[in-house]
Design a protein around this ligand. Structure first.
Ligand SMILES: NC(=O)c1ccc[n+]([C@@H]2O[C@H](COP(=O)([O-])OP(=O)(O)OC[C@H]3O[C@@H](n4cnc5c(N)ncnc54)[C@H](O)[C@@H]3O)[C@@H](O)[C@H]2O)c1
Length: 361
């Protein structure tokens, strides 16, 4: 059991770190005591931007992890570094919040899970979309029986452009074009983790997956793995799909990435639409329920994307302080990784892939 306040170290102070630190700064049960980035200038600038004082700044994560005082590390580095940074944190007995996707492949994921278990170290795979308030509300409505038995899920990822989006540093885009560092494409494998997680959260792990993934040049040096369509077969004769389309001239309302996400869940008795994600198309309600011939608009569910990070972080702090099991566990993170890897294999081989395929074990 941990003592309050939990002492937190952040590894990787790139683009997404701005949303991770919000809850740690605001929560009286946590103190950020160290940050690390191989780009030390960036780490120093962030502690000024975040208005933090008395912070230890490191260039090498191994040095930071030697600090006995640190209880919990937030790992926010490119994907090919996830395993090694997490293994070092396990060696130093730190609780770990590891950004998605947990690893590049399931061999790495299995190793990480067993090392964490053997060392009795808490491991949370950080997935925020399942902590997004409209998603939490939709799950509650489903659990309350509002749409009957869910039969299908339809997920849409739709990047466009936005004059209000945040700036993404060039190096954050560059590594996303190098497969050895990402493990897959920027939309299906990287951002796609969130969409596979939504499918998993509402319907369970898919039993079989088929994918067709094409490519579109978004700029001189950036290739999107879109258009793409991924079909899911779930247990008990239920289905779903994820469709990814890049609309260069579609204006997205957002403070973050220029992308709209839309989800439709059809049940035996009704339909649910989650209309916002990274951003939104205008001022549609974030959640809509149709049943018994009537639409119910949920206008008061907070739909700022940052809330998904705040809730996911709050959840892990609570788990560490009360001994509860976090979501995602390593095993759950691996189930989602298996779904996204199955999609990549399916597209390469032009046939559907069962989740029990040996290459996903
Ligand atoms: N949950 C989400 O919605 C979401 C969104 C964006 C990114 N992410 C994830 O967050 C992670 C980081 O993504 P990002 O967009 O912030 O990338 P980024 O490139 O902006 O930031 C990564 C940072 O890691 C630093 N770094 C690289 N190697 C390092 C090392 N050996 N030691 C210490 N620091 C090192 C880089 O200098 C950089 O500042 C990735 O795992 C990504 O998938 C998640």
């Amino acid at each position: 059991m941990y003592k309050e306040p939990l002492k937190v170290g952040i590894i990787g102070t790139g683009r997404i770190s701005d949303l991770h630190i919000i809850e740690y700064i605001n929560n009286p049960s946590t103190d950020i005591i160290a940050v690390c980035d191989s780009n030390i200038k960036r780490a120093n600038q962030k502690i000024i931007d975040w208005n933090l004082s008395n912070i230890n700044v490191f260039e090498d994560y191994k040095d930071m992890l030697k600090m006995d005082e640190i209880d919990l590390v937030e790992i926010l580095v490119p994907h090919h570094l996830h395993l090694n940074v997490a293994l070092e944190a396990i060696l130093r007995k730190k609780a770990i919040s590891l950004q998605k996707p947990m690893c590049l492949n399931t061999t790495e994921a299995s190793m990480l899970i067993s090392e964490a278990n053997n060392a009795n170290v808490s491991l949370k795979i950080f997935e925020n979309f399942i902590f997004y308030p409209p998603v939490i509300k939709a799950k509650k409505l489903i659990d309350d029986g509002e749409i009957g038995r869910p039969l299908s899920i339809r997920i849409k990822s739709n990047p466009g452009f936005s004059s209000t989006a945040w700036d993404v540093p060039q190096d954050a885009s560059d590594w996303r074009q190098r497969t050895v560092e990402t493990g897959g494409g920027p939309l299906v494998f990287d951002d796609g983790h969130h969409k596979f997680a939504l499918a998993w959260y509402f319907m369970g792990q898919a039993e079989e997956i088929h994918a067709w993934i094409s490519h579109t040049k978004a700029s001189e040096n950036f290739l999107f793995d879109a258009p793409a369509i991924i079909s899911f077969k779930f247990s008990e004769n239920r289905i779903g799909n994820l469709e990814i389309v890049y609309s260069p001239n579609l204006e997205i309302m957002t403070k973050h990435y220029a992308q709209d996400d839309r989800v439709e869940i059809t049940g035996t008795d009704g339909v649910l639409w989650i209309n916002h994600g990274h951003g939104s198309l205008g001022t549609t309600p974030s959640l809509v329920l149709y049943k018994n011939g009537t639409y119910i608009n949920y206008n008061n569910v907070p739909s700022g994307w940052e809330n998904s990070f705040i809730n996911s972080t709050k959840h892990y702090i609570d788990c560490l302080l009360t001994g509860k099991t976090p979501m995602l566990t390593g095993e759950q993170g691996k189930e989602i990784l298996q779904m996204s890897l199955a999609a990549e294999i399916s597209s390469n081989e032009g046939r559907s892939i069962k989740i029990t395929d040996d290459r996903l074990s």
